[in-house]
Write a protein that binds this ligand. Structure first.
Ligand SMILES: C[S@@+](CC[C@H](N)C(=O)[O-])C[C@H]1O[C@@H](n2cnc3c(N)ncnc32)[C@H](O)[C@@H]1O
Length: 226
């Protein structure tokens, strides 16, 4: 009976979200370094001095960041400033060496946060974005219905991959960490579809290596030198 109920519920969700897709990616995130290890390592090796985190929640990552100057923005809790990313970027005059985007996990908000970060990042700085590699269709549906929610952040990464003025990668670690440099795109993604919000999970599943420009965490240093 329970199985039958689950089956009908799934069918209802597939109908509601307009896509039926069963396959999943098999990443085991416990085998890779955490976002905090990756971020701190970059801060240390690049001798970065300033850090901005959008979306801090319980400061799980923010509190561990060791750097001269750090700012955390969250409308609910954590960080140093109680406001949304739009409010922050609307009045901010500072620039940062490393920006970590982990706020509202929708395509619309993430692409705004990326565009604003590209205007706010220092010349040799880098932008990191959390939750870029959902494993199943349910991890990325908007609105949220499921345990770990990556949201459709991945669609904003696909859009950034089509920018001339940004060089975008996705590191295979901690639910997928987008990495964006403000420089000429070294591997431009050419896409017929321009409505990124309408991309399907099946598009991502079938093309995710090319869409996301995947890299191994051991190669992060290399992409700083391109
Ligand atoms: C996934 S949590 C952040 C986790 C944290 N960065 C970490 O690494 O542990 C997402 C946070 O984004 C915040 N948030 C939601 N909408 C936001 C917005 N528009 N601007 C900034 N933060 C937002 C939420 O309040 C929540 O605390």
């Amino acid at each position: 009976m329970k199985q039958k109920y689950k089956f009908f519920l799934k069918r209802l969700f597939y109908y509601f979200y307009g896509e039926k897709f069963y396959k999943r990616l098999n990443y085991d995130w416990s085998k890779y370094p955490s976002r905090n290890e990756i971020i701190q390592n970059i801060i240390n090796t690049r001798n970065y001095k300033s850090y901005l985190e959008i979306g801090c929640d319980r400061n799980e990552n923010f509190s561990k960041i060791d750097i001269d100057h750090k700012v955390g923005v969250d409308p609910e809790r954590g960080g140093t400033l109680r406001m949304t990313s739009d409010e922050f970027f609307g009045k901010n005059k500072d620039s940062f060496d490393l920006i970590f985007l982990d706020g509202l996990h929708t395509y619309e908000q993430t692409i705004k946060d990326i565009d604003n970060s590209l205007s706010t990042i220092n010349e040799n700085g880098v932008i990191f974005i959390h939750d870029c590699l959902p494993k199943k269709i349910w991890n990325q549906v908007v609105p949220r219905i499921y345990g770990h929610w990556n949201g459709d952040v991945w669609k904003a990464i696909v859009q950034a991959r089509t920018y001339d003025h940004a060089d975008t990668y996705t590191c295979i670690a901690d639910h997928g960490i987008g990495i964006i440099f403000k420089r000429k795109n070294s591997n431009l993604l050419k896409l017929e579809k321009k409505n990124f919000k309408n991309l399907k999970f099946s598009d991502y599943f079938n093309n995710h290596e090319k869409f996301m420009n995947l890299i191994d965490h051991k190669d992060i240093d290399k992409i700083f030198r391109i």
